[in-house]
Design a protein around this ligand. Structure first.
Ligand code: ZN
Length: 152
């Protein structure tokens, strides 16, 4: 169990920390009250067996509401590929995440943390939240347009 993911509750939010891998056991969360808020900020690595363990948990969780917070861009990539990570009825919500940005002018790349709300609005309005390159002050580009497919 020492290699498994650690779960700690703080103010009604369940913080996962460590590696989401073959040792990850989320079954202790099955008895919690929905909406289940999962904060992924301290998840350091994700592998395919860990994703399978998370999917197994979600099958048990069923159609109850849940929320992912503080998702890494790596996790968002997984959600875009495996939409059942939003639950069997796609009822899961993602309220905050890291967006991968790159500078069109220099080598700068960074994952920038944000709430989902401004990006949801941007999908409707076409006006994207601006981020400035700290090195050359150009406007940063989102690395991949398909990154936001999970919001649609
Ligand atoms: Zn730059």
């Amino acid at each position: 169990m020492s290699n498994g993911i650690q779960i700690s509750e703080r103010d009604g939010v369940f913080h996962l920390s460590g590696e989401l891998n073959e040792y990850a056991d989320l079954s202790s969360l099955l008895t919690k009250t929905p909406p289940l808020r999962l904060n992924l900020k301290e998840v350091t690595r994700i592998n395919s067996i860990g994703i399978r363990n998370l999917l197994k948990f979600l099958t048990g969780w069923g159609d109850r509401a849940f929320i992912y917070e503080h998702c890494s861009s790596e996790f968002i990539d997984q959600v875009n590929m495996i939409t059942s990570l939003l639950g069997p009825h796609k009822q899961g919500k993602i309220t905050s995440f890291y967006v991968p940005y790159e500078c069109p002018n220099c080598e700068f790349e960074k994952d920038i943390y944000s709430d989902a709300a401004p990006y949801k609005q941007a999908l409707a309005s076409g006006i994207w939240p601006k981020q400035e390159c700290p090195d050359c002050h150009s406007t940063l580009d989102v690395m991949s347009d398909s990154f936001f497919s999970f919001l649609t």
